[in-house]
Design a protein around this ligand. Structure first.
Ligand code: B3K
Ligand code: ZN
Length: 881
């Protein structure tokens, strides 16, 4: 496949389907190499479609074995069947049934789309277009059907048989070693939400009664022997179900809710109706094999998939352009859940870190696209940080702009009005326009325009008039295919910070919405605050009220005052990050050098010293965020062009070393205070203490005070959980020498039978910032812990390497060449994993000329390969455009 040969699908070309499928009866007889699928489809013409149109069903690598219309075999001239489609040329102009039989080979399905086998477990992945790999179908989200599914398999091979909905029958197949189960899902759904699972699985379960009194059986299924690690997922499920009842008024709607963990999965998890299928990385947890970060991710992803039951499943998308309708909204919902379960400010900080690292970088490069794309060649390439994370930011802004009350009523209206439908962004926004009485057409630009807006802000205090004037201006940079940009609606939450805290805000400006909120919806505006009794320091974008870059002309001294005095935790954190970013940018620009970083580190160290001896221990999770410096990627983005990753890395190390050195007594004190042998509990407060200690360990290791490796080794020995052991491993990878290699070996021995833990081990090594890493990664590909066919292993080792700022971006181009070769190798078996990996090149245009040319050459090499998948061809084409 070459990208030029692939049709571009456009939003403006949307037409309703000519046919509808009201019912689907599936009879699936599972066998490893020969699974038989019989589909009985209840079809009728769509009143909104073209009368008399042929019936064209989607397929993907399918083999038809039989077809009947209303029970009678169809004449060969009446249809055309190929691997990619099935056409019935002149179907009756009324309702009729079609029976279609296909035969599949789940064992040979390495794309992990459609029906496949993962460690002997049959499972499916149908979003976005995997159902067409199971049977011919109208595989589009606006065709919604009621499914009844009979599954049959050998009893020993697949004692557990699951599908969507409620189980309505089970039994034995007489005279055979086989059994069956019948599942019925009363809720009409698009094909992408179909799922089945068959295998030998253990489970944990719990009864649940919904707020409206319905009894639900919850269960989490895992590989045999792993039930002891399923408890946290089940516990998270119960908590998020209660939360959705309380906060969004949403109750569950079936008798069962099943979660299944499988070990080969292209992404995190999938929200199939009543049968969520998960990457086992996001289900399995115990203190020895999961980190605090894993516990938090499991909680968030269990919630995300569960929340889709309403935002995604009961109300689905009309077409794939509306993907953010379910994804952005559901990310917003899971972020809110985690914020309520944990620390709200810390959750916000970590979400913003992710947003900047993943979405801002996407928005700044050739793969930039609007939250609602207007055209695509391969939809699976649009499950992006822009659709998900920026999509969630848009919802968050909407809530700020119209207020919590109108937002709540808007959500209620949306649930009521759109339930059971395949909806659009327009229908969604109409609900909020109605409940708020506001015109949201200008706000809707957030869905249409790519690129991260920049706000340039400056303030002037007039001591005589006791007034403070704030000038704000916005611009959005050009992005591929969108050269001119309109101003967007930007909620700017702010405060004016005086010596004794926030000053009262008085202004007659119409842009001031009250409650510390300015709405910037034009290219620029000025707001004059009166009765300002002293020269304030502006604290802008509190809580990160809009997903933008902020250029604010404040001195380091003013920023450091905000760090100690701002009433908004997010901006306290941001203030210190901003000062650190300046230092790193100064050092990261090749020509300036490291002395500058050293000089600039002194005031940062002083501020941190005061912080660590004062408030830090009161909120360790927040303090850990404060101690963590902006990443190399953050600095690269800030520099924006002619980027030299080695210079950035050197600046980063210099700053960390200076801080580690200057803060040694305080950092050592943290190591003793929050000692690694404390009893493990995954709760947020305990996790916060570990996070703080481990940030301290990182700084000490970089600075190599007395002996960084020895500190890491001590912690490794003392630790009683994976979080602390992995932190010790990460810390020692910041050092060089024998001790590092020894600890790497000990870690591998300790966790030899734990693939998910060894993924972290692979990744920690792939991230080592030294030239030997590429050879190490190649060596590790031969290790028994690695496999090119398992997406988690690939993401850990190869994906980890592609995220290694200095080594992926080696000046000799060998990093690019290696990743490009891997993309090509992976594309033969799993195009989705390959195209994700190719996305690592997304920031190539901002590199200095030598690396830029080398990266481009590797991308072009990929693009030229014959026989590329549509997934990889699409990314290569857009990255090079
Ligand atoms: N909806 C799925 C993602 C499907 C990805 C298809 N390539 C998981 C989620 O967002 O919840
Ligand atoms: Zn989702």
């Amino acid at each position: 496949m070459r990208a030029e040969d692939t049709p571009l699908i456009r939003l403006e070309d949307y037409r309703p389907s000519d046919w509808l499928i009201d019912t689907v009866d599936l009879d699936i007889s599972l066998a490893p190499q020969q699974t038989r699928v019989r589909a009985l489809l209840g079809l009728r013409p769509n009143p909104a479609g073209q009368p008399g149109a042929p019936l064209i069903l989607d397929g993907d690598e399918l083999v038809l074995s039989a077809i009947k219309l209303d029970g009678a075999p169809l004449d060969a001239s009446a249809f055309t069947a190929g691997p990619q489609s099935l056409t019935v040329h002149a179907p009756p102009r009324r309702g009729f049934t079609l029976t279609i039989e296909t035969v599949l080979d789940p064992s040979a399905n390495t794309k992990l789309m459609g029906l496949y086998r993962s460690s002997k477990v049959y499972c499916t992945q149908c979003e976005a277009d995997g159902f067409r790999r199971i049977t011919y179908f109208l595989d589009r989200p606006d065709v919604m059907s009621v499914y009844t599914v009979r599954l049959e398999a050998a009893k020993t091979e697949a004692p557990v048989l699951l599908s969507n909905g409620n189980r309505v029958a089970t039994g034995e197949v007489p005279g055979s070693d086989r059994h069956f189960a019948v599942w019925h899902d009363p809720h009409p759904k698009p094909a992408y939400l179909f799922a089945l699972v068959g295998g030998a699985l253990d489970h944990v379960r719990e009864g649940y009664v919904t707020a409206d009194g319905q009894q639900v059986e919850l269960a989490v299924y895992v590989e045999p022997g792993k039930a002891g690690r399923a408890g946290w997922a089940l516990d998270s499920l119960v908590r998020c179900m209660r939360w959705d009842e309380r906060v969004f008024g949403r109750n569950y709607d079936l008798d069962v809710f099943n979660v299944v963990a499988v070990s080969d999965f292209n992404m995190g998890a999938m929200e199939n109706k009543g049968l969520n299928i998960f990457n086992d990385k996001y289900v399995l947890a115990d203190p020895q094999t999961a980190t605090d970060g894993d516990y938090a991710s499991i909680e968030a992803i269990i919630a995300h998939e569960y929340f889709h039951n309403w935002t995604g499943n009961r109300i689905t998308c009309r077409d794939w352009f509306q993907l953010c309708l379910k994804e952005g909204l559901t990310v917003f919902r899971d972020q809110e859940f985690s914020a309520d379960e944990r620390s709200r400010p810390v959750k916000r900080i970590s979400d913003v870190r992710t947003l900047r690292a993943t979405q801002f970088s996407e928005d700044a490069g050739p793969l930039a696209h609007p939250v609602r794309p207007r055209a695509y060649k391969e939809i699976n390439n649009f499950y992006t940080p822009t659709v998900y994370e920026k999509g969630a930011e848009v919802i968050r802004m909407l809530k700020v702009l119209i207020g919590a009350d109108a937002f709540k009523r808007g959500m209620d209206l949306y649930f009521e009005r759109c339930d059971g439908t395949a909806a659009t962004i327009e229908e969604f926004l109409a609900c909020f326009a109605e409940t708020s009485g506001k015109d949201l057409s200008h706000f809707a630009r957030w869905y249409e325009q790519a690129g991260t807006p920049t706000i340039v802000a400056s303030g002037r205090y007039d001591a005589r008039a006791k007034s403070y004037t704030l000038d704000l201006a916005q611009t959005t940079p050009p992005t591929p295919g969108q050269t001119t940009k309109q101003p967007v609606v930007l909620p700017v939450a702010l405060g004016l910070v005086g010596k004794g805290g926030d000053l009262p805000l008085t202004t007659g400006s119409s842009a001031y919405a009250g409650d510390g909120l300015i709405v910037l919806d034009q290219p620029s505006l000025s707001v004059v605050f009166s009765d300002v009794v002293e020269a304030p320091i502006p604290s802008l974008l509190r809580g990160f009220s809009a997903p933008v870059r902020l250029e604010l002309d404040l001195s380091d001294a003013d920023l450091l005052r905000l760090f100690s005095a701002d009433s908004d935790s997010f901006n306290r954190w941001q203030a210190l990050q901003s000062v650190a970013t300046r230092a790193l940018v100064a050092g990261g620009r090749k020509q300036i050098g490291l002395v500058e970083v050293q000089t600039r580190s002194a005031p940062i160290a002083a501020a941190l010293e005061a912080f660590l001896s004062g408030q830090a221990v009161a909120d360790p999770a927040f303090a850990a965020q404060v101690l963590r410096l902006p990443s190399g990627g953050d600095v690269a983005r800030e520099i924006g062009q002619d980027v030299d990753p080695d210079a950035i890395h050197a600046a980063h190390r210099t700053l960390a070393t200076e801080l580690g050195f200057a803060l040694t007594p305080q950092l050592l004190k943290l190591l003793t205070k929050f000692d690694a042998s404390a009893r493990y509990s995954p709760d947020a407060a305990s996790a916060g203490r570990r996070a703080l200690r481990n940030e301290a360990l990182m700084l000490l290791a970089v600075a190599d005070i007395q002996s960084g490796p020895a500190l890491a080794e001590d912690q490794f020995d003392m630790a009683n959980n994976l979080t602390d052991r992995l932190a010790a491993l990460s810390a020692i990878t910041l050092t060089t020498g024998e001790a590092r290699e020894e600890l790497i070996e000990r870690f591998a021995t300790l966790y030899a039978d734990e693939p998910l833990v060894l993924d972290k081990w692979l990744m920690a090594q792939a991230l080592i910032a030294e030239p030997g890493t590429l050879d190490r990664v190649k060596r590790l590909m031969q290790h028994k812990a690695f496999s090119l066919s398992n997406p988690n292993r690939v993401r850990a080792l190869i994906g980890g390497f592609a995220a290694n700022l200095t080594q992926f971006n080696r000046a000799d181009g060998a990093g690019y060449a290696f990743v490009a070769d891997m993309v090509i190798a992976l594309d033969r078996t799993n195009p989705q994993v390959a195209s994700r990996l190719l996305g690592s090149f997304k920031s190539w245009r901002m590199l200095e000329p030598i690396r830029k040319d080398l990266a481009q050459a590797s991308l072009a090499m990929v693009a030229r390969m014959p026989g590329l998948s549509r997934d990889v061809a699409d990314i290569a084409e857009r990255a090079l455009a």
